[in-house]
Design a protein around this ligand. Sequence first.
Ligand code: ATP
Ligand code: FE2
Length: 321
Amino acid sequence: MICLGIESTAHTFGVGIVKDKKVLANVKDSYTTNSGGIIPVNAAEHHIEICDKVISGALSKAKIKLKDVDLISFSQGPGIGHCLRIGAMIARVLSLKLKKPIIGVNHCIAHLEIGKLLTKAKNPVLLYASGANTQIIAFEGGKYRIFGETLDSGVGNFLDAFARHIGLGFPGGPKLDKLSKEGKNFIELPYVVKGMDVSFGGILTNLKQKFNSRRYTNADLAYSMQETVFAMLLEVSERAMFHCNKKELLLGGGVACNTRLQEMAKKMCRENCSKCFILENQFNVDNGAMIAWLGLKEYKDGKRQNIKNTEIKPYWRTDEV
Ligand code: ATP
Ligand code: FE2
């Protein structure tokens, strides 16, 4: 069975094609800006402009024709309404045109399930660290649950905001990753873990004040910032692993591409006799393959959806699935 999945929760428009348990194609095009963040209408406009190219790119990569597709899936939420609406609309059109079933899936859970498909992880705790989301997710007691999450912005948006403040542009994550390797002195920053949750707003204010004081180098600030916030994320992940008695940690989301986060996660797992699973970057960032895979999996598990029930869910929570 072949599923074509559409991802459009934020700045990325992605199309994945999965046949049974094999990813045949994973093509995307992302909206970027020279300065400032995402403007929802512009991102939606971008998705409309490039959707044709991305869909045909995925079909030719997979070496199939549109008529070979058996199922259409799409990201139904959570995400930016303007962007979600484009993906949902294209999915509906394809489903009606091809007379094939349609399945809307939860974006956060797709990050977890693609990780299980592509690594040998069986039932991991997922540290999902992206721009807009930061959650510790696991399947436990018969449902998906959130064991900890950010109380304000996602860690990626925090990284990008700091990078913008020090003049690095967007997306800042990869640039901070590189710059932090030149840092030599650790500067103490607020460490904000509240129970199982984390928060970044106060750290961002503190970092901006330190940057404005001109008493520190950018490299030392980037280095200290990464050490601090990644330790926070891994402290909570580690506690969730012990709480659920799980011996597997999976990283997901764009921030999971960060080489220092990967290094720290591996170290923590080694010390706990646990396993750490890291995906290729193309499956960490938002992608269509994970949406195709989760759609196929849910369809095979018996989920059926009427076109009338495909309205987008911008605030759909992982633990409501
Ligand atoms: P979501 O809708 O899941 O919240 P998103 O639209 O925010 O996702 P992602 O691609 O999952 O997008 O994550 C974006 C974040 O990942 C940004 O903060 C970006 O700086 C960071 N990032 C992306 N690639 C890298 C990289 N190679 N190294 C470090 N950070 C990265
Ligand atoms: Fe994502």
